[in-house]
Ligand binder design. Structure first.
Ligand code: C2E
Ligand code: MG
Ligand code: MG
Length: 543
C-alpha cells in the first residue's frame, strides 16, 4: 500500500545507498529530471547521470550535499530554463539517503509536493520543525548545545504591498539562501510560514554558538537585495532560546524564542535578543492589557471628559476639548498616554477614534451654548478615507453644526505628507469643520508643516507655556503667537496652570487658553454647572 502510493506520488522520490547509488526511484523522479524512465536510474550515480546539463558549480554543490545531506536544498538546472529543487533528507532510512524532488517549473506554480517541504523556498516546513525539535528536546537538559533561532524579516509586508507578491516571494527565496550560507550543515533551516524562519542549531557551545550565527544573520540580511531592478533593504529581527535554559519543552522553547524576537522588534528591529525570564512576565502583562483593550469598547469602558477652553479676549468659554478615559474594573482609570499608542499598534484606534468623534458630537449638542468641541484624531485614522465618512456621519447623526466641530491633528499626521492625507484634511475642512494643529512646537519640522495646510488654530504645546519663565522662552512664545496671527490662525495655549501664565498669554495676543488654571477636564454632566458658575463669576483681570 505504502509502496504503491510512493510509486504514484507526484513528488519525485529516490532512495540512494551508502555509495550514493540509486536503489529506488519513482516515476515522478525521472520525469522531473527529464530522464526517460525510473528503472534506468537504478544503479546510477546522480552526479554522472542526472546533472548532464548542470553547471560546474551546481555539480560541486550537489557533491557537497551528497556527502553531508541533512535536511538541505539545492536548486539544479536540469535543462533549458528548467530548474529543479532537490531536497535531501538522510534521517529516515538509517544511512540511506531519501531524496525528494520538488519541481515548481513543471506545475508552473509552487506546489507542496510533500507534506514536509515548503513549496516556495524548498526548505523544510513547520512539520519538520515539530519533528526535529521534539527529537532535540527528547535528548533532554544535557543537550544544552542546541538553540532555537527564530527569524522574522523586517519590512516584508511593505515589500509585498508595494512591489507585489512575486517580488515578496523572490525576497523570501533570496533571504533563505543567505540564511543557509550563514549556518553549518548540521543546523536545520526551516520556514515556519510567511516571513518567519527558524534555525535549529545543534552541537554548538551555547550561547556563543547562537550568538555568532545571529550576529552574522543580522549583518547578512541587512545588505540590500536586488530583485527585478529594485534595491530592497529588508533586514531581519531575531529571537534566540537555548535548549535547557529556561525550558526543555518544545512548544515553550519556540514561545521563548518568540518573546525574544518580539523584544528585538520592540528595540528597533534588525537585531537579535536572547530570551530572558522577565520577558515572559512583561509579555503576559501586555497580552492581558491587549485583550482588555480589545474588549473595552464593547464593555462601554470608555468615556469622554471635556476640558474648557477660554477666550482671552472676553473671558467666555469658547469650547471644550474631548479627552478620552478608560475605566478598567481592576486597573482603574488608565491614561490615554498609556493606551492610545497600544490602540494604534493593535489597529483598535479606528473603532475607538470613531466612537470618540460620534460621542463628542452627540454630547456637544446637549450643551446650552454654541461652544465648539475639539476632538483628537490619531495620525493612523488619516491612513484611509474612512475618517471623512466618520466625520460626515457623526455630524449628520448628531445634527451638530459643522462649525462647532474641531479636529485636532498632530504634526506626525503630516510627516508622510501624502496627497491622500491632504485630500482627507481638505474634505473635512470643506464640510465646515475646523482643523487645529495640536502640540505645536514638539514636532520636527513645525514651520514647514504650517504652510502645508490652512489650519484654523495653532495649539501651542504645554511645554512652551510651562517653560515660559526665562526671557528666552518668553521671546519664543511671543514669536509663535505673532506668527499665528500673521498667518491668520487662532492660537490656543494648553497647560495653562497659573494666573501669571494666563496674563502673559493675554498680553502676547494669544486667542484662547486651556489648562488647570481654568478647569481640569470634567465629566459631561458637570458642564452645565461649570458654565453657570463661570457666567456668575466676575471676569478675570488680564490687564
Ligand atoms: P493633548 O491633546 O495635548 O491633550 C492635552 C493633555 O494635557 C490632556 O491630557 C489634558 O488633561 C492635559 N492637561 C490639560 N491641562 C493641563 C494643565 O494645566 N497641566 C497639565 N500638566 N496637563 C494639562 P490627557 O487627557 O491625559 O491626554 C493626553 C493625550 O492623549 C492628549 O494630549 C492626546 O494626545 C491623547 N488623547 C486624549 N484623548 C484622545 C482621543 O480621544 N483620541 C486620541 N487619538 N488621542 C487622545
Ligand atoms: Mg489635543
Ligand atoms: Mg496637546
Amino acid at each position: 500500500m505504502l509502496a504503491e502510493s510512493v510509486d504514484a506520488a507526484s513528488a519525485g522520490i529516490a532512495i540512494l545507498d551508502e555509495q550514493n547509488s540509486v536503489v529506488y526511484a519513482n516515476a515522478a523522479f525521472a520525469t522531473q529530471l527529464r530522464l526517460a524512465d525510473s528503472a534506468s536510474l537504478i544503479g546510477t550515480l546522480p552526479l554522472s547521470t542526472w546533472t548532464h546539463s548542470a553547471s560546474e558549480q551546481e555539480r560541486h554543490s550537489l557533491e557537497d550535499q551528497m556527502h553531508d545531506p541533512g535536511a538541505s536544498v539545492l536548486s539544479l538546472k536540469v535543462g533549458e530554463n528548467i530548474t529543479t529543487t532537490l531536497y535531501l533528507d538522510d534521517r529516515r532510512e538509517g544511512r540511506r539517503i531519501v531524496m525528494v524532488i520538488n519541481d515548481w517549473t513543471m506545475s508552473g506554480a509552487p506546489r507542496n509536493v510533500i507534506a514536509q517541504l515548503d513549496a516556495l523556498t524548498g526548505l523544510a516546513n513547520r512539520t519538520m520543525y515539530d519533528k526535529h525539535i521534539q527529537d532535540l528536546c527528547d535528548i533532554g537538559e544535557d543537550n544544552a548545545a542546541s538553540a532555537v533561532i527564530l527569524l522574522d524579516m523586517d519590512r516584508f509586508k511593505q515589500v509585498n504591498d508595494t512591489l507585489g507578491h512575486a517580488t515578496g516571494d523572490s525576497l523570501l527565496i533570496l533571504a533563505a539562501k543567505r540564511m543557509r550560507s550563514a549556518i553549518r550543515s548540521n543546523d536545520i533551516l526551516i520556514r515556519l510560514g510567511g516571513d518567519e524562519f527558524v534555525i535549529l542549531q545543534t552541537q554548538s557551545k551555547q550561547p556563543d554558538g547562537a550568538q555568532t550565527v545571529a550576529e552574522r544573520l543580522v549583518e547578512l540580511l541587512q545588505r540590500s537585495f536586488l530583485i527585478n531592478g529594485h534595491q530592497i533593504n529588508s533586514g531581519v529581527s531575531i529571537g534566540v532560546a537555548v535548549l535547557g535554559q529556561g525550558t526543555s519543552n518544545p512548544e515553550e522553547l519556540l514561545k521563548h524564542a518568540e518573546l525574544a524576537l518580539y523584544e528585538a522588534k520592540r528595540l528597533g528591529r534588525s537585531r537579535y535578543c536572547f530570551f530572558e525570564s522577565n520577558l515572559e512576565s512583561n509579555a503576559l502583562e501586555r497580552c492581558n492589557l491587549e485583550l482588555d483593550l480589545r474588549r473595552a469598547l464593547c464593555l462601554r469602558q470608555f468615556s469622554l471628559l471635556y476640558q474648557p477652553q477660554k477666550s482671552l479676549s472676553d473671558d467666555s468659554i469658547s469650547g471644550f476639548e474631548a479627552l478620552i478615559r478608560w475605566d478598567h474594573p481592576v486597573r482603574g482609570r488608565v491614561s490615554p498616554v498609556d493606551f492610545i499608542p497600544l490602540a494604534e499598534e493593535l489597529g483598535e484606534i479606528h473603532a475607538i477614534g470613531e466612537w470618540v468623534i460620534r460621542t463628542a458630537c452627540q454630547q456637544a449638542t446637549t450643551w446650552e451654548g454654541k461652544q465648539i468641541v475639539a476632538v483628537n484624531v490619531s495620525p493612523l485614522q488619516f491612513n484611509d478615507d474612512h475618517i471623512v465618512t466618520v466625520v460626515r456621519e457623526a455630524l449628520q447623526a448628531s445634527g451638530l453644526a459643522p462649525e462647532r466641530l474641531e479636529v485636532e491633528i498632530t504634526e506626525s499626521t503630516l510627516m508622510h505628507n501624502t496627497e491622500e492625507v491632504m485630500q482627507r484634511l481638505w474634505a473635512i475642512k470643506n464640510m465646515g469643520v475646523a482643523i487645529a494643529m495640536d502640540d505645536f512646537g514638539t514636532g520636527y519640522a513645525s514651520l514647514s508643516h504650517l504652510s502645508s495646510f490652512p489650519f484654523s488654530k495653532l495649539k501651542i504645546d504645554k511645554s512652551f507655556i510651562q517653560a515660559n519663565q526665562t526671557p528666552r522662552a518668553k521671546a519664543l512664545m511671543e514669536a509663535i503667537l505673532a506668527m499665528g496671527t500673521s498667518l491668520g490662525m487662532m492660537t490656543i495655549a494648553e497647560g495653562v496652570e497659573t494666573l501669571d501664565q494666563y496674563e502673559d498669554l493675554a498680553r502676547g495676543g494669544c486667542t484662547t487658553a486651556q489648562g488647570y488654571y481654568i478647569a481640569k477636564p470634567m465629566a459631561p454632566e458637570n458642564i452645565e454647572h461649570f458654565m453657570r458658575s463661570t457666567q456668575t463669576a466676575s471676569p478675570m483681570s488680564v490687564s
